[in-house]
Design a binder for this molecule. Sequence first.
Ligand SMILES: Cc1cc2nc3c(=O)[nH]c(=O)nc-3n(C[C@H](O)[C@H](O)[C@H](O)COP(=O)(O)OP(=O)(O)OC[C@H]3O[C@@H](n4cnc5c(N)ncnc54)[C@H](O)[C@@H]3O)c2cc1C
Length: 186
Amino acid sequence: MSFPSSGLVSSSRDDTVTRHDAPPKQPPPGVVLDKDGKPCRTCTSSAAWMAMMKSSTGKTTKPVVPITTPASDCPPDVEELGRSTWTLLHSIAATYPENAPPETQSITKQFISTFSKLYPCWVCADDFRAWMAKPGNEPKVKGQEELGQWMCQAHNVVNVKLGKPEFNCNLWKQRWKDGWDDGRCD
Ligand SMILES: Cc1cc2nc3c(=O)[nH]c(=O)nc-3n(C[C@H](O)[C@H](O)[C@H](O)COP(=O)(O)OP(=O)(O)OC[C@H]3O[C@@H](n4cnc5c(N)ncnc54)[C@H](O)[C@@H]3O)c2cc1C
């Protein structure tokens, strides 16, 4: 499926901005388009994706049973991708050295920089890179506590953007390393 020549501003991974000249055509509500005008699945919630599929065909695909959420072995939407990625990123912080040697600090900075260019939700990646580029927001990689706090702060920026509550960063280690003090993870 494609939405050619959307007329909308769309951005690409190399930070160029493309304007299509054809008459404007709105993407379906909540659906983010890629630079080539095709819907970006990893930038879109599964609810918006399925609504688009339904409206484009007039019916759900393979309607053996009413489908309200995709099967668990479908390509990830923006939320599943995000949850999996935060799990990886916070887990890296949770297993990071207390005091990282220079080589480890260097590869961690490289990893975060590369990650922010390759993240499959391009709108998310663009915003993440823009936030990191602001003074004071560059990755803090000297040791575990510093990296964990920075990751928590970065995650909170996205939480706020999405209208979600901020996470208490004093608790990041219980959530991602030690388990909760009440013992439910033991
Ligand atoms: C770099 C990045 C940028 C993103 N940008 C966007 C975007 O622009 N638009 C969009 O729609 N989605 C974006 N996402 C996805 C979004 O952040 C969520 O992952 C997604 O909405 C699913 O949210 P969730 O409520 O299931 O929990 P998530 O936000 O995925 O969090 C998973 C778990 O982490 C814990 N947690 C929550 N906040 C914190 C924190 N601050 N520190 C430590 N632990 C925490 C909680 O226990 C939570 O259940 C982005 C993801 C990443 C990795």
